[in-house]
Each structure stands twice: as C-alpha cells, then as structure tokens.
Design a protein around this ligand. Structure first.
Ligand SMILES: [Fe+2]
Length: 334
C-alpha cells in the first residue's frame, strides 16, 4: 500500500464533476484539465456516489439540483462515510435558495461557487482544498502507522487491540463529559491509543514476567512514558497525544511517575486516560492476576479518588459507565 500511496501522490489529482447538464460538465472539464487535473464525470447522483466509492476522487464538484439523489445528499453520504469523509466538496450553486445553502452547509459542504463561474475563483478554491486534502491524507497515514505500532506493542504485552480502543473510547467519553474542546478530545483519543507505546523499549523478560519485578526491572518499566513521549513528539501536527503518553502514570497525590506531578499540574488529558487505562487493566487478565469484576474495579476507582486519580475524572467515568445499564454493557464488552 505505501507504494500505491506514493504513486497516488505523484499522479494528478482527480476531480469528480457531477451535473445532470452535459454542457456544465463539459465546461468544468475545459477549465480543470488544462490546470492539470484529471476529471471524471457523473450525470446523476447515483452515478456520482458509485464513482466516489470506486475511484476515490480527491475532490468533488457537485451541482445541487440533480435527479434521484441531489448534490446535498451526495455530500452528506460522502461526509458520513469514514472512507471518504475527508474528501472536499464544492457545490455549484445556480438559483439556490438560502434554505438549500444551509442544508448544504449542514451536510458538510466545503465551498460554494456561483453560476456562472468565475474561472479564476473556482481554480483557487480547488487548489486550496486539494492542498489541505494532501496534508490531511499525509497525517492520516502517519497516524495509521503509529497506531499499528502501538497495536504491536500491546500484542507483546498480551493485551489485545480492543484494550487500546476501549481506553481511547472511554477516555473520549470522559473528556467530553468534562467539557474538553474538540481539539483537546482529539489529543485524548490519540493519547488513549498510544499511551503505552513506550513499552517497545521494555524487554520481554521484564514486560512478561509473571512474578514481582526487582528494582532494576521496575526502573525499566517506569521508563515507558518517556520513551513513548519521544516517539509521539513529532506527531504534534495533529494535536499531540504527548501529554497523555508522558503523564498517564502520574498520581493525583503526587506519588506517580515519571515526575511525581500533583493535582492539576498533571495535564488533564493524562488524568483522563489514567482512569480509563486503570479500569481496563483491572478488568483484564494479567500475567500476575485474573481480571476483576467491573463492580470491584468501579469500587477501586472510587477508593482511589483524589489519591491515585483526579476525583472529577473518576466521577465522570463512574457516571458514564457505572450506571446500571451501562455497567452491564461494559461487563459485556470485556
Ligand atoms: Fe502505561
């Protein structure tokens, strides 16, 4: 796949033009091809969706009024499919009502260009959206590589990928409940996925040892947050998981590691991930003990409130997961 991706980066960007009027498609082709873009055409909404799925164009230019499925519905479907949701969409608007424009915006439309086109304006918008798309594609592939690496590390530790997903999902839920912004929540999500990446630096003989660790071995394990932070530091471009990775073993009362930070000196993202990680570790079989029942783990979180963990993060976690029906779902997910 990396080879295909790099070939794709070298090839001209593909623009899918969907309009039921042949003359309009022809005009757009005449504008876009001399500017170096590859153009594919769709005459109906259904055709546009099929092509969007089969060819994965880099950008869509959609007429709003089309038979069967209109340009706004196409946009909504493209933006709600994880495989295509980052593909930019420009709507061509003729006699568009305010209501249609609002619907298009709600469906995720990136730009509007009025008919008749200002050719220069259209090309500037196309270029700018494609530049952002290339950057996003690049970041998404970096994230995929790092998450694959994190999965490998977890597999060594006899955890499964599900552990990473559960920690990330529950951390996101707690972060939202605590009022963190979308940007901060994204840092928490990545931090949840990558928190133990630094275990790559801990030898198997230590990581998988069933008995208790001696001083030297324990010192090696305690290096994993810093080792992980070193690896994720360059990922700052998509709002860094670094605080959660570096500080997820700090304790609220200052007795944790690596720096013995206390209370709110510990980044909030790390306080949130610490609760979700601890709960998942407690309710999973480990080499040195069997899994605890969820009810016992909830009680341990409650007992460690304000000592090991941030009391607000514990409260938000318990509200989200220790309610009767949700506790059942957590138990079933284990
Ligand atoms: Fe850890």
């Amino acid at each position: 796949m990396p080879q295909i991706d790099s070939l794709r980066a070298l090839s001209p960007a593909t623009v899918l033009v969907a309009d039921d009027e042949p003359a309009a498609r022809k005009l757009l082709r005449r504008i876009l091809e001399p500017a170096g873009y590859r153009v594919t055409e769709a005459a109906t909404g259904r055709e546009a969706l099929a092509l969007a799925e089969a060819e994965r164009p880099d950008l869509l230019i959609l007429d709003i009024t089309m038979p069967e499925i209109d340009g706004i519905d196409i946009c909504r479907r493209i933006k709600s499919d994880p495989a295509t949701h980052l593909t930019p969409v420009i709507h061509i608007t003729g006699l568009t009502t305010r209501e249609q424009r609002l619907r298009a915006l709600a469906a995720g439309s990136d730009e509007f260009v009025g008919k008749p086109f200002d050719i220069e304006e259209l090309l500037v918008r196309v270029r700018s959206l494609l530049r952002t798309k290339r950057l996003t594609d690049h970041l998404v592939s970096i994230e995929a590589v790092v998450v694959a690496l994190a999965r490998t590390v977890e597999a060594r530790d006899n955890y499964t990928e599900k552990h990473l997903r559960r920690v990330a999902d529950r951390s996101v839920e707690v972060a939202r409940r605590m009022g963190m912004s979308d940007r901060e929540v994204e840092g928490v999500r990545l931090g949840g996925l990558l928190h133990d990446l630094g275990k790559i630096a801990v030898p198997d003989s230590v990581l998988l040892k069933p008995g208790s660790l001696d001083r030297t071995e324990f010192a090696l394990v305690r290096k994993h947050p810093e080792a992980g932070a070193e690896i994720v530091r360059p990922l700052r471009a998509f709002d860094g998981p670094e605080p959660a990775v570096l500080h997820h073993h700090e304790h609220f009362d200052g007795t944790g590691y690596p720096y013995g930070l206390r209370g709110e000196a510990i980044p909030l993202a790390a306080r949130v991930v610490a609760v979700a990680d601890a709960f998942d570790a407690m309710t999973t079989d480990r080499p040195y003990r069997a899994a605890l029942a969820p009810a016992v783990a909830f009680q341990r979180l409650e007992d460690g409130r304000g000592e090991q963990w941030d009391p607000d993060a514990v409260d938000s976690f318990l509200i989200a997961y220790a309610g009767s029906s949700e506790a059942q779902e957590v138990a079933e997910g284990l």
